[in-house]
Design a protein around this ligand. Structure first.
Ligand code: ATP
Length: 831
């Protein structure tokens, strides 16, 4: 019992390594709720120390250098309460462990500081069997003077006697488990086997994991992190990133069209692909799939959640003596999965079913329990009186924030490879490709000529046919089970492909691309309508210019402007050639002569900023500046001076601001969203939507100064998107791709955000009336303020004190309370 209760402690005491991860200390430890959890940043690894013990005495593998009695004495020295009989027993069990043998051998040498060990980190002994490695397979020992260049193992770590630098064993190394979990792998097995097999219950077979309590939980979570880390590592590799480029196929073709051979320059950088569960794109795709079912069958009537109860009879019946469900995440995960399948079958196979509350009078207890634990209606602002509402908050904390926490049960569920989601009927994502843009999808519909239902839409095919991925043909569906088709999304900015998608959604029984373009026996050519459109657009420009070539260019530039704002390049649309690119446009922006003179009027602080920034621009030294100052202190004035100076030297200065008004004041300024093509929906990995070969990218590549005013008003993610994109197009992993970037803004002008605050309707209306000039006024432009919102001008002129007293009652007593200070504020029109 004692051993089981402290098994994690024992394991960490006998492990050769220590657990290494950077932990978010705000979230680490029990923090009052009793469940130990921690939030890790980055990779998890095991740490190996040098051979010579540090000032705090031997630890981990260093403890093995001594003979048994000495080890026990050493271990007891570190932890006086240790049960020595138990330690002796464990040491006996691990006595043939090859790592123990290696380290124990070192115990007999006197000058250990001069030794080093070559540790084999990727042991590849027979992994299908639980066979222990031999000592010479895990490590070799050199005495002083041996040539460490003589590499014995292909992947190794050399642990030196006295070198202070610790070594890290990454999760995917074969020796990770035996070094970290000696209690599970007493003979030093690689621990590299299929974990699904390890967690199986086998009649008559002793499985150490099921007796390890907390250590099993820790091991399972560690294994899951291992799996996940390896998958993430795969995605992070540049070679694999290239494979999963967002618009791979389309991007490749586009790239060839503009003579760009390097595919990596073709499209946006994507961190995680759709195949990674939980990634943005996976969620997006599943949302679209769900909406396909909604389109087909209507809105859902029920949203059912199923929670596991660790004390379900089926779980308790399987527990070993003295075990609690927490000790057996494997059983909990299995039973939950089985019950989930049962529920799904019940819901799907029964043609009709009803969800009924137990009768209130007949089963009062049951009724109460169901209402209490199993139902939740909209609450908070939608239903303030709902029983879950306590002090204006939902006591179940709905709606819940997204969070990602891995528990041992979830981990085992994932390691068993149980499905995370299924859809019934399933949704098939159908590709939409322009002719010649893809080899497989739409063209193959030709195979349908003989047996295609002539009234079907393309997306309805899966209901009548099955798609053979290997042969790439549709075959008539035999089974009753149907599948719903969904055409993959095409952004309107994609032009032709988007139109094709719309047409596919409307034209029934089409057999070819030509057939799709045919209407009332007339086959339309691509861009025919666009040509007409060009003619009609030019009329807008005719009144400003009479040179037809110039008008043509003006129209094209206008189209290009709109396309660029959608992240596209006019060169990919087969239109006439646009001579002036965005880049040359920006070069010819010119500057205001008056702004050049501003430099003579700058005050000392402005001048210091001007000199410093200009120096970086002239020497091309990348740096990020932030100009801070309350409103009206001359920030814009400084930008004007700088921008004029940079442009006067025929260099490019890109001037942007968050709001349209601020952008208007900047010389040839534009909003940051339009200038940098920042997407509306932002996440931690969003990039700006311009492509590497677009005009915007070229402009930013050549820009020597980038100015973004009012940056305090924008979302952090927007600035981060620009940072990522600049790094991407510059191919330089320094902030903002090594550009001189000047941000300006004033956080004092950002109003505090009060979550869930309710507007005072009367006051809002009153303010609008004043703003619109419809409030009753006297003496020209004075309005009466109602008494209850104004403070009388006191004869002793202490009205400010009165205001403070009224807004901050008991200020002295509460001034240290963060909640009190958050809830009171005096806003002033002077910023
Ligand atoms: N050194 C200076 N000499 C003369 N006038 C100046 C100087 N600096 C600023 N000003 C003037 O002060 C006024 C306010 O300056 P500016 O608009 O640059 O402030 P700001 O900090 O950008 O304000 P906000 O944060 O509200 O946008 C402008 O009319 C500007 O011409």
């Amino acid at each position: 019992m004692y051993f089981q209760k402290h098994i994690r402690y024992f394991n960490s005491y006998f492990s050769f390594t220590s657990f290494g991860v950077s932990i978010d200390h705000h979230l680490a430890s029990a923090r009052g709720n009793g469940v130990y959890c921690f939030k890790a940043h980055g990779q998890i690894y095991q740490r190996l120390d040098k051979l010579v013990a540090g000032g705090r005495g031997p630890r981990h593998m260093q403890l093995y250098f001594y003979d048994t009695n000495e080890i026990i004495a050493n271990r007891v020295k570190r932890s006086p309460k240790l049960d020595t009989t138990l330690i002796r027993l464990i040491l006996e069990i691990v006595q043939d462990n090859p790592y123990v043998l290696v380290f124990r051998n070192l115990g007999s040498v006197s000058n250990i500081a001069e030794y080093s060990i070559e540790l084999n980190i990727s042991i590849s002994i027979d992994q299908r069997r639980y066979k222990a490695p031999r000592m010479d397979q895990v490590a070799a020992i050199w005495v002083d003077g041996n040539d460490p260049q003589q590499q014995r193992f292909s992947r190794r770590i050399i642990i030196y006697g006295s070198e202070d630098r610790p070594h890290y064993v990454r999760v995917y190394r074969g020796c990770y488990d035996p070094l970290a979990y000696p209690l599970f792998f007493p003979d030093g097995e690689t621990g590299w086997e299929d974990k699904k097999i390890e967690y199986q219950i086998r009649e008559g077979q002793f499985n150490v994991f099921f007796h390890a309590g907390w250590l099993f939980q820790q091991f399972a979570v560690d294994m899951y992190v291992k799996v996940e880390s390896m998958r993430l590592d795969w995605y992070v590799k540049p070679a694999h990133q290239d494979i999963i480029r967002a618009n791979l196929y389309k991007g490749l073709l586009d790239t060839h069209a503009v003579g760009e051979a390097d595919a990596s320059k073709a499209s946006l950088r994507v961190v995680l692909s759709k195949d990674f569960p939980g990634s943005d794109r996976d969620v997006q795709a599943r949302f679209m799939d769900a909406m396909t079912l909604v389109t087909r069958y209507g809105m859902p009537d029920f949203f059912i959640t199923m929670t596991r109860n660790p004390y379900w009879d089926e779980i308790v019946a399987e527990l070993l003596p003295r075990q609690t469900p927490q000790d057996r995440p494997d059983i909990v995960a299995r039973v939950y999965h089985a019950k989930l399948l049962d529920l799904r079958d019940f819901l799907l196979k029964r043609s009709s079913w009803q969800a009924k509350l137990p009768h209130m009078k007949k089963y009062p207890e049951l009724h109460k329990l169901v209402c209490k634990h199993m139902m939740h209606s909209p609450c908070r602002i939608l239903n303030k009186d709902y029983p879950c509402m306590v002090d204006g908050e939902c006591r179940f904390r709905y709606p819940r924030q997204d969070s990602r926490m891995i528990t041992a049960i979830e981990v085992v569920y994932r390691l068993y490879a149980f499905k995370l989601y299924t859809m019934s009927p399933p949704v098939l994502q159908m590709q939409v490709h322009l002719e010649g843009m893809h080899m497989v999808a739409y063209k193959s519909t030709d195979n349908l000529n003989n047996n295609r239902p002539c009234s079907s839409l393309y997306r309805e095919y899966p209901e009548h046919f099955t798609w053979n991925k290997l042969k790439k043909v549709w075959k008539p569906r035999k089974a009753k089970r149907i599948q719903i088709g969904r055409l993959v999304y095409a952004n309107p900015a994609e032009g032709k492909r988007c139109y094709l998608r719309i047409i596919l959604n409307h034209v029934r029984g089409a057999t070819s691309y030509k057939n799709l373009r045919t209407w009332s026996d007339v086959t339309y050519e691509t861009f025919r309508s666009m040509d007409n459109h060009l003619d009609s657009m030019s009329k807008d420009f005719c009144c400003t210019c009479d040179n037809s070539l110039r008008i043509e260019q003006m129209v094209l530039r206008d189209i290009s402007y709109h396309l660029t704002s959608m992240g596209k390049d006019i060169r990919h649309y087969g239109l006439l050639e646009l001579h002036e690119t965005k880049f040359t446009e920006e070069l010819n922006l010119g500057f205001d002569e008056d702004h050049l003179k501003i430099v003579d009027t700058l005050i000392a602080e402005q001048m210091a900023g001007y000199d410093e920034i200009l120096d970086h621009v002239l020497k091309n030294k990348g740096h990020v500046f932030f100009v801070d100052g309350p409103g009206g202190t001359g920030k814009t004035y400084l930008y004007k001076a700088l921008i004029a100076k940079v442009r006067s030297m025929d260099l490019i200065a890109v001037a942007t601001a968050t709001s349209g008004i601020a952008a208007f004041i900047m010389p040839s300024g534009r909003t940051a969203h339009s200038g940098f093509q920042i997407q509306i929906k932002l996440s931690g990995t969003t990039m700006c939507s311009f492509t590497k070969q677009s005009g915007t990218a070229e402009l930013l590549r050549r820009a020597t100064l980038i100015v973004w005013d009012e940056v305090a008003m924008t979302k952090r993610q927007a600035v981060e998107a620009l940072d990522r994109s600049l790094q991407d197009i510059m191919g330089y992993e320094k902030p903002f791709g090594g550009k001189v970037t000047l941000f300006g803004g004033d956080f004092r002008q950002v109003l505090p955000v009060v979550p869930h605050a309710e507007a005072d309707v009367w006051f809002a209306d009153y303010l609008l009336k004043i703003g619109n000039g419809t409030e009753e006024a006297f003496d020209g432009d004075y309005v009466w303020l109602p008494d209850d919102i104004s403070i009388q001008n006191h004869p002793e002129d202490d009205s400010i004190d009165i205001l403070i007293d009224r807004e901050f009652p008991d200020l002295v007593a509460n001034c240290t309370s963060a909640t009190y200070m958050r809830e009171h504020a005096i806003l002033s029109t002077r910023n």
